[in-house]
Ligand binder design. Sequence first.
Ligand SMILES: C[S@@+](CC[C@H](N)C(=O)[O-])C[C@H]1O[C@@H](n2cnc3c(N)ncnc32)[C@H](O)[C@@H]1O
Length: 470
Amino acid sequence: MRSFPLFLKLQGRPVLLAGSGAAAAAKLRLLAAAGARVRLYADDPSEELLQACRQLSIGCEHATLSAADLDAVDLVVGAAGEDAADHALSVAARAAGKLVNIVDRPDLSDFTMPAIVDRGEIVVAISTDGASPVLAQRVRAAIESVLPPALGRLARFARRFRGAIQARIAENGARRRFWNQVFAGPIGQAVLAGDERRAARDLIRAVNKGEPKADAGLVSLVGAGPGDPELLTLRAARALREADVIVYDKLVDPAVLDYARRDARRIYVGKSKGDHTLPQAEINALLVAEAKAGRHVVRLKGGDPFIFGRGGEELDTLVAAGIRVDVVPGITAAAGCAAYAGFPLTHRDHASSVTFVSGHSRDGLAKDGIAALDWQALARPRQTIVVYMGLGAAGVIAERLIAAGQEATTPIAIIENGTRWDQRVIKGELNQAEALVRDHGIATPALLVIGAVTRAAQMGARAELLAAAE
Ligand SMILES: C[S@@+](CC[C@H](N)C(=O)[O-])C[C@H]1O[C@@H](n2cnc3c(N)ncnc32)[C@H](O)[C@@H]1O
């Protein structure tokens, strides 16, 4: 460890800042945010710095720095960006016995300013010991992505009850277990979701019983996105990290499961057409049983849980069973596939609406064509139709649309394994839909997209597109 990390209470303490440009403005904002009384020395203040001074009501000295100025402060920060000035300030500050930081000059500094992740009470500081501020920023971005913005609220909540819990649970280990359950379970979730009243009520109830109630389980219905693990939302990644049990479908990419804790139980309920490892009723019963045993269950589904994902049915069952449910939306296949195939779903010149339909029989697309779908409405111009689960019925769908007045030559795109490394995009016309599926051996998962917007679709996988663009 080349530098020792400390958190300094700067509220009301005098800090000297020297510099005139953007770097000085940035440090001024940072020091002011920490409550420091900044004494700013700027020979030739830039407009940006003057603006920061006005916003923060901080005066700006033009006088030349003297030894007395250095004596009067606790810390010194130099942001002049000129070798001679920076050097002189560093020497003078050290001579006055003050700790000094010179921006981008670790050789002239006693301390460096870390990259900061600020979550209120929770502050994470990252240092590369001046080796690479850019690298520190990258680490910061990585940490930002795993710490929910409301984490500070959780810390404030814990502070509020810390004394009371300490008085009620004397033993250290038991207290640690208690807090871990609070943070990882529904009480912590409620705080993060902004429902502190419920969280406080449950915490008091829990501590009166000695620990959180055994039946305080939670089910998160989580959308895993269409395939590429990078399309997982931050909330989905957090739910995965916190889950005790993960109940997942066939459409979930294995790489997504890497976000889960190692000791989390994974239960595959392989749902794809003709491959229902567990019937829906049994999946529902499993979710209820696991949650009633006090576990945090993540029900992980491809795409978005509420778009052709039976999330609604599971939600109804869980609510009826009195289980807490948390829904984490995901990027649905239509949005992900269109983006990775390089075309928009709506376009001012070609489509002012987009409709998602299911080509699966349960939703009414019987072979005889008597479907729950309104073909006349779907056949109207200037719209995009995205058919989920429509491979088997591609021919019937095309026939019905053409019979309802849609141009037989309407452009279409069939996207197989959208957003994954092996994505395929096949283009053609509506009257070729069935033949394209057959001739190209398209397999599930695949989407059929109908409409003029698909003209812009690219044939290759995303990686190839990026390579071509370089
Ligand atoms: C049961 S639905 C689930 C949809 C999911 N809830 C969503 O929002 O994307 C499954 C269908 O979604 C479509 N699908 C899901 N992921 C896909 C992908 N990566 N590429 C193409 N189609 C996909 C296919 O039509 C597949 O048959």
